[in-house]
Write a protein that binds this ligand. Sequence first.
Ligand SMILES: [Zn+2]
Length: 301
Amino acid sequence: MSIENRARNSQNWPVSRHPKNLFYGIFASLPLALALPAAALQVQLSPSNPQLGDTLSVMIDVNQQDNQQPKVVVGEKTYPAFAVSPNKYRALIPTTPLEAAGNRTLKVAGDGQVQNLTVKLRSRKFPVQRITLSPGKSADGATEYELKRVAAFKALQTPEKYWNGKFIAPSKARISSIYGVRRYYNGKFAKDYYHRGVDYAGAAGSPVTAPAAGRVALVGTVSQGFRVHGNVVGIDHGQGVTSIFLHLSRINVKEGDFVKAGQLIGAVGSTGAATGPHLHWGLYVNGQSVDPVPWRTQVFE
Ligand SMILES: [Zn+2]
């Protein structure tokens, strides 16, 4: 478009494609108070191109603190947004291998406004394992007590944020199984199963350290009935983010302790339903197991 044409269009604002020119026209003809619309809710979503297993971060800038905590609704679920700085809130949305790839609509509510965001979730190929179970042997031997305690731990949504910066590996050992592996049991696809964490092939007795700061909110032992998890430690990192460590041979913390990133919390073992010594680290966001890798490579502010 030539300069002359642009100049003509700005005089003739209803056909202009330039919003600046359009505003100019309105401001020129209306009183200022009427011309200023309510500032739109500022919402920022990351990552920009997510895949299954990623954690979606929704940053919400509000204009005034109206005591109304912003929230994000996805399908049937509502996720709270927690304060990260003055007038800035953030909600974390988990995604998992059990979901279908494709578009998601996020309804963001704050400042008395609602804004819809659409995000495309990329599909991802997860490795597949074929497991043969001998007749009569069930993979599910958890006690009610164990399930109840673990469920309560994963449901924590503490308003405070305890972690800072990138998460670090809780074991120096090599990774023996990544997040999201799917399974067939005796040839039948287990549609509700995915590997809800990362396994480290640590030797029995090798150190397990906190991947990020938090409050120890779960300590359980085999003798208390943690038959599948074994000796277990759960760290609440705050704002709906929790870490769980399974099959420990030793526990160095107690419930209520605050731990720093890198602090010793226990030792690798094979307690509970484990075929050999290894550490299982599960990272949960608002109750769903997510891929820890992005948390180790990026900063969730
Ligand atoms: Zn595992």
